[in-house]
Design a protein around this ligand. Structure first.
Ligand SMILES: NC(=O)c1ccc[n+]([C@@H]2O[C@H](COP(=O)([O-])OP(=O)(O)OC[C@H]3O[C@@H](n4cnc5c(N)ncnc54)[C@H](OP(=O)(O)O)[C@@H]3O)[C@@H](O)[C@H]2O)c1
Length: 250
């Protein structure tokens, strides 16, 4: 298998790389932090007979996404994982950080998904795992932009899934929708989760072992939260999320 993971230098991406390495002939690790990518490559080289390659690229820039696809076309598994959030009131958070988040979480993911999906549809095989979040199912006061970016990932993936079905395509698409996980996310987003032990390794293991599902929602409480949230009006979920979020400033 040839797999490509974005955001592989840390957190969920790194843990998914650790699980996939022994199964891959070629594993491509993408992120901006060269040092961490190279350290992971060295670690994984000992665990796989295949090749591990690293690409340092800022996926907020469309031209880097296009160049990545040109350099590594025809992967069997794309894990569109790179992303980040930001905590605070919308009127006060940085516009620059918001736009960079939109460029990474939406535009970068969208570009890679489109380019790789075209390859996969042509070959009638392959899988894309888009890393969304439980945040993709509700409005997210105090993380408004982040929740909106994840809502985009959920809706885009749900729609494309239906198109693939209409084509009788063998290409699979899934979305990973975790709740809070202990990664570098909190620091980047200026948030403190006070979560109870959901670790990145467990979430990654759950994700990779449930690739046959469309909605991959690790942990029973988060699965229950998603099912409870779906029928509620947005005004109610916004109120609930606001109350949860307001104690989370990092
Ligand atoms: N942790 C959570 O609670 C949680 C919950 C639900 C969903 N998620 C989602 O899970 C995904 C992974 O996040 P994480 O929790 O593992 O956080 P993390 O430890 O901070 O990892 C984020 C990864 O994304 C990469 N990245 C960020 N911006 C990038 C850019 N412009 N270009 C290329 N790579 C970029 C980072 O690499 P470099 O810094 O090397 O560029 C890093 O490898 C994200 O999409 C996040 O929204 C996280």
């Amino acid at each position: 298998m040839k797999a490509l993971i974005t955001g592989a230098s840390s957190g969920l991406g790194r843990e998914m790389a650790r699980i996939l390495a022994p199964r891959c002939e070629t594993l491509i690790l993408v992120g901006r932090n060269t040092e961490r990518l190279e350290a992971l490559k060295d670690e994984l080289a000992a665990k796989t007979r295949g090749t591990v390659e690293t690409v340092a690229a800022d996926l907020a820039k469309t031209e880097n996404c296009v160049a990545l696809h040109e350099a590594y076309p025809d992967v069997d598994l794309l894990i569109n994982n790179a992303g980040f959030g930001d905590f605070g009131e919308f009127s006060e958070t940085s516009l620059e950080k918001d736009l960079s988040m939109i460029d990474t979480n939406i535009k970068g993911l969208h570009t890679l998904m489109k380019l790789y999906l075209r390859d996969m549809v042509r070959r009638d095989r392959g899988q894309i795992l888009n890393v969304a979040s439980i945040a993709g199912f509700a409005p997210g006061p105090l993380m408004a932009t982040y929740y909106a970016t994840k809502g985009y990932v959920v809706r885009l993936s749900e729609a494309v899934r239906r198109e693939l079905k209409a084509r009788h395509s063998h290409v699979r698409i899934s979305i990973l929708c975790p709740g809070p996980v202990a990664t570098g996310f909190e620091k980047t987003a200026n948030i403190g989760f006070h979560f109870n032990g959901v670790d990145a390794k467990g979430v990654a293991k759950y994700a990779i072992s449930h690739l046959d599902r469309f909605y991959i929602v690790p942990t029973a409480p988060i699965r229950a939260a998603r099912l409870l949230m779906i029928p509620l009006p947005a005004v109610v979920t916004a109120e609930i999320i606001y109350r949860i979020q307001k104690g989370r400033k990092g």
